[in-house]
Design a protein around this ligand. Sequence first.
Ligand code: GTP
Ligand code: MG
Length: 247
Amino acid sequence: MERNRKPISKPLVIVPTYNEVENIGLLLEAIAREAPDFNVLVVDDNSPDGTAGVVKSKQLADSRIHLLSRQKKDGLAAAYGAGFQWGIDNGFDMLVEMDADFSHEPRMLPIYHAAIADADVVVGSRYVPGGRIVGWNWVRQFISRGGNIYARAVLGLPYLELTGGFNAWRTEALQAIDGMHLRSKGYAFQVELKYRAHRKGYRIVEVPITFENRRFGKSKMSGNIVWEAALRVLQMRQPRLLSPCRS
Ligand SMILES: Nc1nc2c(ncn2[C@@H]2O[C@H](COP(=O)(O)OP(=O)(O)OP(=O)(O)O)[C@@H](O)[C@H]2O)c(=O)[nH]1
Ligand SMILES: [Mg+2]
């Protein structure tokens, strides 16, 4: 579909955090260095390790840093839902999803900014030529690779990366697909967002990324997360079940 795309003037990167005290300060510094045009919103679910305190101290010296503090840990999809809504309410025209643990490289942000000139969604892809994964054992690589092949086949989508969480959105597109309201709780929401955008005819481009395993802090990945995601992908095929959830 041909769309008239406006130049991006107010980009925001959204970083959800739960116990990322070892990473968040360094990450905020890296973003300021590599992507000075971007504002940053940290969405923290009351991390007991004091992540929010680090963000507050960084805010004193840098007005581009924002903090959305939530009462309790409520999963990644809900954190992004709140972050997207904050970005919309504050007039940002590009919203980027990014993990706090350095798995997603801040140096890619200007590349996303450039790539979205001619797209509605930029997907950081480990599975297009040039994309890589560093530091995952074969089991984790197998699950990720298998999950992507599965979702692609079940939903009939043409993209090689569906589960990845380093993506940029034109705010307009995200609003049009009601990305603030997600049915999936766990990581399946990443697939759900891309699926909704594809069905609405938005232009999604995949940009190769190097995904690196987290350096510090504990992993939150579990078998439950994988099974929930697999089930949710099946449910997504049923348009009846795809309608946004409003709680
Ligand atoms: N606000 C919020 N952030 C979360 C929650 N769960 C995870 N996160 C953050 O979401 C991002 C991705 O989570 P990760 O734990 O890195 O998940 P992963 O990359 O699949 O797994 P590992 O890197 O192995 O831990 C990180 O920045 C986390 O701190 C949550 O419930 N609430
Ligand atoms: Mg991670």
